[in-house]
Design a protein around this ligand. Structure first.
Ligand code: HEC
Ligand code: HEC
Length: 408
């Protein structure tokens, strides 16, 4: 689902292998210059191997939800969220049409990721978590790397003004899942498997969890969009994250606004943990993403670079979009985008230097770099080597590399 089709410009196959594996976070951010700076400076932090997890993110104490905080949140929302979620929160921002799944429509007051049961509203901490961690394998970015804690709480205050359900229903009460079982062994998993059959999960998720049950193709979310049930074998597709508590919580609370039911009334807590253990056991972790950011193709060892260019992307444009170097220089380009495009990140390649300069799948917090010898003088265009710029989709994801001739 997140393996967006990629159309290489020059028709190579090999560099594209592996991009799908990087399908982790994603998004497209309407970001200010400040954000680009912060993203670039955060590049050193790199990715850690901890799976993305909603449940393992511990929200700090919330500040008082004052009118001033909400007004600040309104501004932050216009700067960073409206591009997708729309100014009035109705999921009609300029980028919304490019996104699948579509951004959440906040005017409905229907939230999927929360600690509260069934139709109850999320808590402030729940909203803070989602904003901070993002929604894995969708366009929703992890804002913890780009916005301060204060800004994220301000956003929570503002989000709650989009629907009067927060007023009329009040915050829900977090469920108590008990604690994670101390030991998960083959027997736990076998009991989970039995429960999986009894509870009818396979009707949607498939008998062996490949997301291919008999109802899979008929499922729709509350916006009327087709919504595939999760394929448990791909850990990187788990929206909330691939850890036992994340999976258990989804089974307990369901996902409001989707066909994913809440099972807290049908199953005991113990059964839910066992089921979660079974679901967890199915993942082929080679699909989990993570690992260290790979260097792009460099061809040969070029030694230390003469020039280092910090390249970023904002609103699907390169910054800078013109790079000047001298012939004979060894150039390193460090590329840190501020969003993940349609989920697979952004890339970089230069016409005329295609074989030596090629990166793909650069993600927020997973920058990539490439080092090459600028051996040919002239003006070359560079472009996003991921799907971005090959069609009419992101015609602006382009720039110019000017290699000044060496003085003779
Ligand atoms: C690049 C597009 C994009 C941007 C920018 C973006 N979002 Fe999202 N957002 C999404 C998508 C897509 C989803 C739906 C994910 C899914 O299907 O579950 C989403 C979901 C959410 C949810 C989940 C609600 C739930 O159901 O529990 C919240 C909250 C949210 N976004 C808040 C924000 C805030 C606040 C910002 C700005 C700081 C923001 N988003 C910026 C694309 C975006
Ligand atoms: C009627 C169809 C249906 C049934 C029955 C169903 N699910 Fe789901 N499930 C879904 C859909 C659709 C989603 C995707 C929701 C989304 O993308 O927001 C989902 C999502 C999930 C996720 C979320 C993973 C993540 O974070 O992305 C888990 C875990 C899960 N289901 C487990 C189960 C288990 C276990 C059962 C049985 C006890 C079950 N489901 C029964 C339709 C179903």
């Amino acid at each position: 689902m997140n393996s967006t089709r990629r159309t290489p410009r020059a028709g190579y196959a090999s560099p594209f292998i592996g991009v799908g594996l990087a399908g982790v976070l994603l998004l497209f951010g309407a970001c200010s210059a400040k954000v680009a700076d912060r993203a670039a400076s955060g590049a050193g932090a790199q990715a850690d191997a901890v799976p993305l997890s909603w449940m393992h993110f511990d929200p700090p104490e919330p500040p008082p939800m004052t009118a001033e905080l909400e007004a600040e949140g309104r501004q932050v929302f216009q700067d960073h969220c409206a591009g997708c979620h729309g100014e009035t929160g109705a999921a009609d921002g300029v980028c919304a049409v490019f996104l699948s799944p579509q951004p959440r429509d906040f005017t409905t007051g229907i939230y999927r990721f929360k600690t509260t049961p069934g139709g109850q509203m999320p808590t402030d901490e729940d909203l803070f978590r989602t904003v901070s961690v993002g929604v894995q394998s969708t366009g929703m970015p992890p804002w913890q790397y780009l916005l301060s804690e204060h800004e994220r709480w301000a956003l929570v205050a503002h989000l709650k003004t989009f629907s009067d359900r927060f007023e009329s229903r009040g915050a829900g009460t977090p469920v108590d899942l008990g604690s994670e079982p101390a030991k998960v062994d083959a027997e736990t998993i076998a009991r989970g498997r039995e429960m999986y059959e009894k509870a009818g999960c396979g009707k949607c998720h498939g008998a062996t969890g490949y997301g291919d049950g008999p109802s899979a193709l008929t499922l729709k979310d509350s916006f009327g969009n087709a919504i595939p049930p999760r394929n448990y074998h791909k850990a990187s597709d788990f929206k909330r994250g691939h850890t036992l508590p994340d999976i258990a919580l989804t089974i307990y609370t369901g996902n409001n606004g989707t066909p994913m039911p809440a099972f807290n009334e049908a199953l005991s807590e113990e059964e839910i943990w066992e089921l979660a253990a079974y679901v967890y056991s199915l993942a082929e972790l080679r699909f989990a993403g993570g690992g260290t950011p790979a260097a792009a193709v460099t061809g040969r060892d070029l030694g230390e670079p003469d020039v280092v260019i910090e390249l970023t992307e904002r609103q699907w444009k390169f910054i800078p979009d013109e790079i000047r170097v001298h012939q004979g220089q060894v150039v390193r380009i460090n590329f840190q985008p501020t969003d993940n495009g349609l989920g697979v990140g952004h890339g970089f390649a230069i016409d005329g230097y295609d074989k030596s300069v090629f990166m793909n799948g650069a993600l927020v917090q997973r920058p990539k770099s490439v080092t090459f010898l600028a051996d040919k003088a002239g003006t070359f265009s560079f472009y996003c080597a991921t799907q971005c710029s090959t069609g009419p989709l992101h015609p602006k994801m382009n720039g110019k590399l000017i290699v000044e001739p060496a003085e003779s």
